[in-house]
Design a protein around this ligand. Structure first.
Ligand SMILES: Cc1ncc(C[n+]2csc(CCOP(=O)(O)OP(=O)(O)O)c2C)c(N)n1
Length: 281
C-alpha cells in the first residue's frame, strides 16, 4: 500500500513533468503535446520510484531500462530525466534545435538516460525485447519497461513481439499501452479498426492488467505491482489515458505535432501551478 505522502509526491512530480515539457514546447513553438501529456503520470511513477536507476550513472549495468517505443513522446521523458538530475533543466529549452542532445524523438546516442533510439513505430518494442533477452543472459534482475502507443499497435511488428516475448520467457518485460484512442488523423477505430488490445496480448500469452484511469498514479502503481506478482509471464498494462491530459489546449484533439504559442504554454503552465497549489494546500 503506497502512502498518501508518496502519492502526493508523485502527483506533484507528474505536474512538474508537464510544466517542464510545456517549457520545451514553448521554447521551440511546436511539438507532440498530446502524446507527451498523456504519459506524464506514467513517467512520474517510473522515474519517481518504480525504476532502479542512478541518474549520476545512466549506463549502470544493474539499472532497470525504459524504452519509449512511441518515440515522439521524448519531451515528456526528457522532462522527467532533467527533473531527476540526468542533466540540467535549462537544457530542456534546446529541444530539437541544431546540435541539441534532445531531439524530438528519443536517441540513446545523444541523451543521458535514454536506453534506446526510437521513432519508427514498432521498432522500440523489438529492441526492448532484445535488451530483455540480453539482461536474462547476463543474469541481471533488471526490469525492461516499454511504452507503446495505441496507434503504434497497428504496426505488424508489435504482434511479432507479442508472439516472441512469452515464447522466450521474457518475464522481465513490463509493457504499457498508452490507450488514448487518438492517433494522427483519426481514432483507433477509424484508422484500422483495432480493438481489444488487452485481449489480443492475453491470447498471445501475456499477463494483462487493465487500468481504468491511466492518468492516476495510484492505479498505475497498483498495476505495476500486479505485473511483478505475475512473475511467470511478460506483462502488458493497458493505460486508459486522455491525449493531452492536463493541458487544456491539447486535450482530446487530433493535432498531433502542434504549434504552441507562448500564451498557450503560459496559460497551461499557470493552470498546472494552480493544480499543484491545490495539492499542497
Ligand atoms: C513506422 C512508422 N509509421 C508512421 C509513423 C508516423 N507516426 C508518428 S506518430 C503516429 C501516430 C501514433 O499514434 P499513437 O501510437 O496512438 O501515439 P499517440 O498519438 O497517442 O502519442 C504516426 C503514424 C512513424 N513514426 N513510424
Amino acid at each position: 500500500m503506497v502512502s498518501k505522502e508518496k502519492l502526493k509526491e508523485l502527483r506533484l512530480f507528474a505536474a512538474d513533468i508537464r510544466i517542464a515539457a510545456l517549457e520545451e514546447f514553448k521554447a521551440i513553438g511546436v511539438g507532440h503535446v498530446g502524446g507527451s501529456m498523456s504519459i506524464c503520470d506514467l513517467m512520474a511513477c517510473l522515474y519517481g520510484g518504480v525504476m532502479r536507476i542512478d541518474p549520476s550513472n545512466p549506463r549502470w549495468e544493474q539499472r532497470d531500462r525504459f524504452i519509449m517505443s512511441k518515440g515522439h513522446a521524448g519531451p515528456a521523458m526528457y522532462a522527467a530525466l532533467a527533473l531527476r538530475g540526468y542533466f540540467d533543466r535549462e537544457e530542456l529549452l534546446t529541444l530539437n534545435r541544431p546540435g541539441t542532445r534532445l531531439p524530438s524523438h528519443t536517441d540513446c546516442n545523444r541523451t543521458p538516460g535514454v536506453d534506446m533510439t526510437t521513432g519508427s513505430l514498432g521498432q522500440g518494442f523489438s529492441t526492448a525485447l532484445g535488451i530483455a533477452m540480453g539482461c536474462k543472459k547476463k543474469k541481471l534482475d533488471s526490469y525492461v519497461y516499454v511504452l507503446l502507443g495505441d496507434g503504434e499497435c497497428e504496426e505488424g511488428q508489435i504482434w511479432e513481439c507479442a508472439i516472441f516475448a512469452p515464447a522466450k520467457g521474457l518475464t522481465n518485460v513490463i509493457g504499457f499501452v498508452d490507450y488514448n484512442r487518438l492517433q494522427i488523423c483519426g481514432t483507433l477505430e477509424e484508422v484500422a479498426g483495432l480493438s481489444g488490445i488487452g485481449e489480443k496480448f492475453a491470447a498471445f500469452g501475456w499477463h494483462v492488467v487493465d487500468v481504468a484511469d491511466g492518468n492516476d498514479v495510484e492505479q498505475i502503481l497498483e498495476a505495476i505491482d500486479r505485473a511483478k506478482e505475475a512473475a511467470d509471464k511478460p506483462s502488458m498494462i493497458i493505460l486508459n489515458t486522455k491525449k493531452g491530459k492536463g493541458c487544456s489546449f491539447a486535450e482530446d484533439v487530433f493535432n498531433h505535432n502542434m504549434p504552441v504559442s507562448a500564451e498557450q504554454a503560459e496559460e497551461a503552465i499557470a493552470a498546472l501551478e494552480a493544480y499543484k497549489a491545490g495539492l499542497m494546500a
